[in-house]
Ligand binder design. Structure first.
Ligand code: GLN
Length: 547
């Protein structure tokens, strides 16, 4: 039926064990053996996609080229492998039920009773097949923890999947915790035993166990786990804690994970080529320089909310042998009086994307401070809006200018809701107003952008046209374009038809590095291929720090 093989990754004991990173790392190792790999995430929650979820609860929303709003683990998948993620790489319970209910309403089930088994499970299995697309391996990560009620239909579907496509084509990998108990002076295997027992009670015998722990497991411990969990000793892999996430594939390889996977799936591959990963980890662990970047935002308590951003910043330092220290500053705490002190340790300032009015004036103060004191400044999406508002108010003399998202009565809506525009991607006229639905109504996904020669942007990218990912409703208001340009704002990136302002910056004589972009460049940065804007920003911050 198919040549594609499937690896299902489940998690036990507790959440946050790093299932996403483990799945991404397995992908990296199999790619390094020359296999074509993709990764899919199945999420048990009922939201149709994470787009409407608060980043405080669920972390960042990762946006793909095709405009899907997905789980942040897809960001790891793209950073660790060369796979391109899209709508078929993330399914939630909500999305599965939505499609089954639509079919039921259309009468597709011909009068039958629609049930979890087989209708929901069939829908899940079909969704898994959608990711295959001429790949050698599809890695499917099941969200949640074994024992949760919500994930049961997914587990039942992957159990059935083995019988459907043949046992030689399916592998189950289970990630568990092996905690070190200081008072006993030893690691404990009982949580792993229980978790595997739970998995077996629903019909899944794991083939490989990844044991998250803070030390390499001894032969004794491995043999104990093997005995109780019905696997062989070399199928018990230590998933040791690491300082640098890009070390995970190397640890797994050292433990023999990739050779075990190809052996069990009965595939022949070349030996893994991990030199680039080794070099990357070496560079990241022994930097010669360091810079401090202040990230002035709203979700500063939970760094999960800015996952891709944090990664992109650290990638930007890699070619410069520079460690990027992040200093999260809660914009609600900043005002014109304390701004200088609060940001005094920063070599560069970044205002990330965001929604809503909270802390907005603090972000505007941060942009002012960066502009006036020639500190490198990077504004992303809402961060660009903030930079434009600050410039309009304090340089172009447009008192009380604002984004109409924040102040609908502003006399100068320099950022506004475009109610009607022609979408080049879909070739359709799009409309929206403040009453439009929240889910899936933003400018989403990859859009082309033309760069103006001789600008900071075109110098950083060394290209004339680029493609970047968007996720926003509000846009630069062209009614104020000439007024702002006359006062020194440079529009360096535009949509190809010239209608949408995508990048603004300052003249080089006015500021060493000040740039705001309407898109989210962080989604396209890779450790082996850092994003040009982040590389250029970190370089400017490094120069600033050394002044
Ligand atoms: N809230 C703004 C908008 O919708 C910016 C969104 C963002 O920063 N991603 O346009």
């Amino acid at each position: 039926m198919t040549n594609t093989k499937y690896i299902f990754v489940t998690g036990g004991v507790l959440s946050s064990l790093g299932k996403g990173l483990a799945s991404a790392s397995i992908g990296a190792l199999l790619e390094s053996r020359g296999l074509r790999v993709t990764i899919q995430k199945l999420d048990p929650y009922i939201n149709v996609d994470p787009g409407t979820m608060n980043p405080f609860q669920h972390g960042e929303v990762f946006v793909t080229d095709d405009g899907s709003e997905t789980d942040l683990d897809l960001g790891h998948y793209e950073r660790f492998t060369s796979a391109t993620m899209g709508q078929n790489n993330n399914f939630t319970t909500g999305k599965i039920y939505h499609s089954v209910i639509m079919k039921e309403r259309r009468g597709d089930y011909l009068g039958g009773t629609v049930q979890v088994i087989p209708h929901i499970t069939d829908e899940i299995k079909n969704s898994i097949l959608l990711a295959a697309d001429s790949m050698d391996i599809v890695i499917v990560e099941i969200g949640g923890t074994i024992g949760d009620i919500e994930s049961l239909p997914f587990l039942e579907a992957i159990r059935q999947f083995k019988a459907d496509i043949g046992k030689e084509n399916v592998l189950y990998i289970h990630l568990t915790l092996v905690p070190y108990i200081a008072t006993a002076g030893e690691v404990k295997t009982k949580p792993t035993q229980h978790s595997v027992k739970e998995l077996r009670s629903i019909g899944i015998q794991p083939d490989i166990l990844l044991c998250r722990t803070n030390r390499f497991l001894s032969e004794d411990i491995k043999s104990k786990i093997a005995l109780f969990c019905n696997v062989s000793m070399d199928e018990v892999i230590t998933a040791k804690d690491v300082d640098c996430i890009y070390e995970v594939p190397l640890i797994f390889n050292k433990e023999g994970l990739d050779s075990k996977i190809v052996e069990l799936l009965n595939i022949w591959t070349r030996a893994p080529r991990l030199q680039a990963w080794k070099e990357l980890v070496r560079k990241m662990k022994t930097p010669e320089h360091s810079v401090t970047i202040a990230v002035v935002g709203k979700y500063t308590d939970l760094t999960e909310s800015y996952k891709s951003l944090n990664e992109a910043l650290s990638h930007g330092g890699i070619p410069l042998n520079c460690r990027v220290n992040l200093m999260y500053v809660d914009s609600e705490q900043i005002d014109a009086d304390n701004c200088k002190d609060m940001l005094s340790a920063a070599d560069g300032i970044l205002v990330p994307g965001g929604f809503g009015f909270r802390g907005i004036e603090g972000k505007i103060c941060a942009a002012s401070h960066a502009r006036e004191n020639r500190i490198p400044f990077f504004g992303i999406c809402l961060g660009m809006h903030v930079a434009v508002v600050e410039f309009a108010r304090n340089v172009a003399g447009l008192k009380d200018a604002h984004s109409s998202e924040i102040d609908s009565d502003t006399p100068y809506p320099v950022i506004y809701l475009m109610t009607e525009w022609f979408d080049e991607k879909t070739q359709t006229l799009q409309t929206r107003d403040i009453h439009s639905e929240k889910g899936g109504t933003m400018r989403l996904g990859a859009y082309p952008c033309s760069l103006e020669k001789g600008t900071l942007a075109s110098e950083a990218y060394t290209a004339e046209s680029i493609s970047e990912r968007h996720r926003h409703r509000y846009e630069f208001n062209n009614a104020y374009k000439s007024r702002l340009e006359e006062n020194g704002l440079v529009v360096s990136g535009l949509s190809p038809d010239g209608q949408l302002v995508e990048i603004v910056e300052f003249k080089r004589k006015d500021h060493p590095w000040f740039l705001g972009c309407q898109f989210h460049p962080e989604f396209k940065s890779r450790p082996m291929n850092p994003h040009p804007l982040f590389k250029s920003f970190i370089k400017a911050a490094l120069v600033n720090g050394e002044l």
